[in-house]
Design a protein around this ligand. Structure first.
Ligand SMILES: *[C@@H]1O[C@H](CO)[C@@H](O)[C@H](O)[C@H]1NC(C)=O
Ligand SMILES: *[C@@H]1O[C@H](CO)[C@@H](O)[C@H](O)[C@H]1NC(C)=O
Ligand SMILES: *[C@@H]1O[C@H](CO)[C@@H](O)[C@H](O)[C@H]1NC(C)=O
Ligand SMILES: *[C@@H]1O[C@H](CO)[C@@H](O)[C@H](O)[C@H]1NC(C)=O
Ligand SMILES: *[C@@H]1O[C@H](CO)[C@@H](O)[C@H](O)[C@H]1NC(C)=O
Ligand SMILES: *[C@@H]1O[C@H](CO)[C@@H](O)[C@H](O)[C@H]1NC(C)=O
Length: 881
């Protein structure tokens, strides 16, 4: 019987132990809002509470000892409870072993090892602590007897900033490894890569999604439910981005260096992503491995080694000839004569160069190289002959980026320092090829120039012949007026729908989709009668564009709107209702201060209407070319140019999907009150059904603003908009249409003028005056000298860079905005890439003189089949008008 008795005894003992254990667990209370001294916690005794020992009043945030399991180290953190997101951590870099304890005493919080040594603690407090308090904002306070806060977790941010938390200038968020930092500076906020040094790879002021409100120093950064802001010392907004409102805003510096702004809607276990900066998949220093070239492709990125490099065993790329990459560690003891350089080839850039300043002394290739060779921490350099810029890469190098594909301005060709292998491979040594380069480059350039000239010449000659035959044809069949050039260049005669009015829409209403279409993110839906009422039955027409007429209206809440009635002639081509709504949802969700906001839409039967915010000054062409009204002052013009550039940059790189405007012109740049500038008519090509969009992808745009690639069958890209923008910028500078003849003074005596008065085609005049260094003559005469030459020079140079014939040589819209704002050095226009302007210009003069020689009949028809191709479409081909 003894064994049974022992068994029963053991059973009771077990029960007792279990009871004790239960007691111990129950003895570890979870506090609400306040915690008082003599508190001690280990991760084991809060295990059953998930490590939580303190909740904020509404349990939105909790203070917790975070560990994966009872035996693993813990981190003292504050988490957002509904989403289990860590928003602050005391000791991420040094997790505490599970035997360690967290305590709160009169001297504050501390984590100590089992032997009593302190691992982490709050700094020494001025007075004894009497309580700790966790607020519903996520801030943890240590209070003294008078309830005055002596220490706050908000003052010691880790990688996250919450609504109502301020990040003062000079302070930063950092990743747990401290590889990356988000630093608020005296006038900006920047992302830094901080391995072995600091390389900037993003700056808030050059991100087009942020809007500058004020010229003032920056005192702190803060986010709230409706956006992220940089504030001046007086608390005014300097920079801002507006985001769709949410309950709680959270901004986090991710482990890869990306800044992500999130929101919590108040329910569910997930945060919503609101904005990620930098926006591009290749804009981070570690998008790919070391020296791999990142290329964006359909939202993602691909990584490849440059041509003279191969994948190295240790990851990343190494020179294919077997030489080893130079490393700054212990470089002083190395033999300098073994150093040489390997070229990365052209079309490859480095993101931090965008934010670095060029070395002032290295103004030619060899001195740039010598500066790098002379410095132990230099790993390589980028040199651009056209802008004579020299960028050194110091301490560390990350991944590279393809400049042809991504929104990166070209900072020249890169050279990477290597230590030559013992037996230098014949011929391919970087130092010999680099010494040859200064000799080779000019001859290559001349050779290319000749080819370009020959090509352009033959093109021009062929066009001229066509034009002559066109004229002949026009003379013979003057009554039938086919759009000759359109036929030629589109290779087919497009069956153009004839305009009719709304009644034409009644057709196959029955087979349109049901009226209840629910697509998330759809803006307000109006009925036809709502809009007929708002616009007083479409009585006040304020414009007409590629997609139909625009009417002024007023909604019942008194807000003014512009109602665009999509042309009936597109009725047959407009998408089905569902597709239309999907596109509307996309356009309706694009919010940028420089893009016209879509407020709503109407789709009834086959009627399609769009409701936009109303811009009271109308389009830029009115203010710029209009005879009435005051002349636009120079600063105002530049503000408009910068706003438009930022809006376009956002379309290109700021949205989830890249949107190419395709019809950038003054008519599509709208103004409001004193200083608001917005781009309109973006994304509309998407509203047209595939049969018709086939036409639009073949050619869209307006004569005078059309990039050459529309006619050479090259790919249409964001740089196509850059070209059109360049043309608009020239018009902003001059205050007149690029293709209008300026009558200097009065009468017809323009021939004697030595200025530009007699030059009809302004882009050519701009090029010539740029070459002669005379800029002031290009500015609008109506300014009567109220502009300085440097200001005009800057704008003209930027415009000319936008007009480069090769789309790859044009800057991105984001760098255009930065150059105009003066945050980035302006690049030099390349004359060889602009020679085609002279051909256009001569075509204009020829054409123009032919009209003045009295050939009236020929003159009018020739305007529909002009020599130069910037001109050749008389119809505005942006759409049916
Ligand atoms: C905290 O503990 C210390 C020593 O263990 C003791 O002297 C003090 O009275 C305690 N305070 C409170 C508020 O319990
Ligand atoms: C704490 O929450 C309760 C309700 O949950 C509320 O009545 C009370 O006002 C809150 N206290 C503070 C200080 O916010
Ligand atoms: C400090 O705050 C607590 C809780 O709100 C309160 O009970 C206490 O009276 C306050 N003490 C002082 C000195 O204000
Ligand atoms: C957020 O801050 C900005 C700038 O101070 C302010 O204009 C805006 O109204 C704030 N939003 C909310 C929801 O408080
Ligand atoms: C450096 O290397 C070169 C050839 O590799 C050799 O001729 C020279 O003596 C070396 N200099 C030193 C200081 O080792
Ligand atoms: C090399 O560059 C580093 C970093 O910019 C600089 O501190 C150092 O003075 C330079 N050394 C020489 C020899 O120029």
């Amino acid at each position: 019987m003894a064994p049974t008795r022992r068994c029963v005894l053991f059973f009771f003992l077990l029960l007792f132990l279990l009871f004790l254990r239960h007691r111990r667990a129950a003895a570890a209370p979870v506090y609400t809002e306040y915690l008082y001294p003599n508190f001690t916690a280990s991760s084991v005794n809060y295990l059953e509470k998930g490590g939580i020992f303190l909740n904020s009043n509404s349990s939105i945030f909790s203070a917790i000892l975070q560990s994966d399991d009872p035996q693993s180290p813990f981190v003292f953190s504050i988490v957002h409870s509904p989403t289990s997101t860590v928003v602050w951590a005391a000791n991420t870099a040094n997790p505490a072993p599970y035997t360690a304890k967290l305590s709160f005493s009169a001297s504050g919080f501390s984590i100590s090892f089992s032997n009593g040594n302190v691992l982490w603690s709050t700094p020494q407090l001025p007075r004894p602590a009497t309580a700790a308090r966790l607020l519903d904002s996520g801030n943890l306070l240590v209070l003294d007897a008078a309830n005055v806060s002596m220490w706050e977790s908000f003052d010691h941010p880790t990688d996250t900033l919450l609504s109502s938390q301020r990040l003062p200038s000079g302070s930063y968020l950092s990743t747990p490894s401290d590889d990356y930092r988000l630093m608020v500076t005296g006038n900006d906020a920047v992302l830094l890569w901080s391995v072995g040094g600091f390389q900037q790879f993003w700056r808030l002021s050059s991100d087009v999604r942020f809007y500058k409100d004020l010229n003032a120093p920056v005192a702190y950064m803060a986010a709230n439910e409706s956006g992220l802001y940089l504030f001046s010392p007086a608390g005014a907004v300097v920079f801002e981005v507006s985001l769709s409102p949410t309950k709680l805003r959270m901004m986090k510096l991710e482990a890869n260096g990306q800044l992500s702004i999130k929101g919590y809607s108040g329910n569910g276990p997930n945060l919503d992503e609101a904005l990620v900066a930098p926006g591009g998949a290749c804009d981070l220093p570690s998008s790919c491995q070391v020296l791999e070239v990142c290329t964006t492709q359909n939202q993602g990125a691909t990584c490849n080694c440059p041509s003279l490099f191969t994948t190295s065993r240790s990851g990343g790329c190494a020179p294919a000839d077997g030489s080893t990459l130079f490393s700054p560690s212990g470089c002083n003891s190395r033999n300098k004569s073994q150093e040489s350089y390997r070229s990365l080839g052209s079309g490859i850039g480095y993101i931090p160069n965008k934010f670095a300043s060029t070395v002032s002394s290295g103004r030619d290739f060899s001195s740039c190289r010598d500066i790098c060779s002379g410095n132990c921490s230099c790993l390589g350099f980028f040199y651009s002959a056209s802008s004579q810029s020299c960028f050194l890469i110091k301490n560390q190098i990350g991944s590279l980026v393809s400049t042809t594909n991504d929104g990166v301005s070209d900072t020249g060709d890169g050279y990477i320092k290597v230590l030559a292998s013992p037996q230098p491979p014949s011929g391919s040594s970087g130092s010999s090829s680099s010494s040859l380069l200064p000799i080779l480059l000019p001859s290559i350039a001349v050779f290319l120039l000749i080819i370009v000239l020959i090509f352009a010449g033959t093109q021009w000659w062929r066009r001229r012949r066509r034009h002559q035959s066109g004229k002949r044809k026009a003379r013979t069949t003057a009554s039938s007026k086919p759009s000759t050039m359109k036929d030629i260049y589109l290779g087919r005669n497009h069956p153009w729908p004839s305009p009719s009015d709304d009644q034409g829409f009644t057709g196959d209403e029955s087979n349109s989709d049901s009226d209840e279409i629910s697509i998330p993110g759809l803006p307000t839906r109006f009925t036809y009668s709502d809009l007929a009422y708002a616009t007083e039955n479409f009585s006040i027409k304020i414009g007409s564009g590629g997609f139909g007429e625009v009417f002024k209206g007023q909604l019942p809440d008194k807000t003014l709107v512009a109602v665009k009635r999509i042309s009936a002639s597109l009725g047959g081509g407009v998408h089905g209702k569902k597709e239309f709504c999907t596109e509307i949802a996309v356009i309706g969700n694009i919010h940028h201060v420089n893009l016209v906001r879509l407020r709503g839409f109407c789709t009834e039967g086959r009627r399609r209407m769009l409701v936009y915010e109303y811009m009271n000054r109308g389009s830029l062409d009115r203010s710029l070319f209009g005879a009435a009204g005051p002349v636009l002052e120079w600063q105002e013009r530049m503000d408009i140019a910068i706003g438009a550039a930022r809006g376009l940059a956002y379309l290109h790189f700021g949205c989830d999907q890249k949107i190419i405007h395709c019809d950038v012109k003054p008519e599509n740049i709208l103004l409001h009150d004193a200083s608001s500038v917005k781009i309109s008519d973006f994304g509309l090509a998407k509203l047209i059904s595939p049969e018709q969009s086939g036409f639009f992808t073949t050619m869209r745009g307006t004569r005078g603003y059309l990039a050459p690639e529309w006619l050479t069958n090259s790919a249409i890209s964001d740089r196509t908009d850059v070209y059109s923008y360049g043309m608009v910028l020239l018009e902003i500078i001059r205050g007149r249409k690029n293709r209008s003849v300026e009558s200097s003074g009065g009468g017809g005596s323009s021939s004697g003028s030595s200025g530009i008065g007699d030059v009809g085609y302004f882009p050519m005049a701009a090029l010539e005056m740029h070459e002669r260094g005379r800029y002031l003559e290009l500015a609008d005469r109506r300014l009567e000298g109220r502009v300085r030459e440097e200001e005009v020079r800057l704008a003209v140079k930027v415009a000319l860079c936008c007009l480069h014939e090769d789309p790859g040589l044009r800057p991105t819209m984001a760098s255009v905005a930065a150059m105009l704002e003066g945050t980035v050095e302006v690049t030099q226009p390349r004359p060889e890439a602009l020679n085609f302007l002279r051909l256009y210009g001569r075509g204009f003069v020829d054409n123009n003189s032919s009209t003045t020689t009295g050939e009236l009949v020929t003159g009018t028809t020739s305007s529909s089949s002009v020599v130069s191709y910037s001109y050749m479409t008389s119809q505005e081909v942006s759409g049916p008008r």
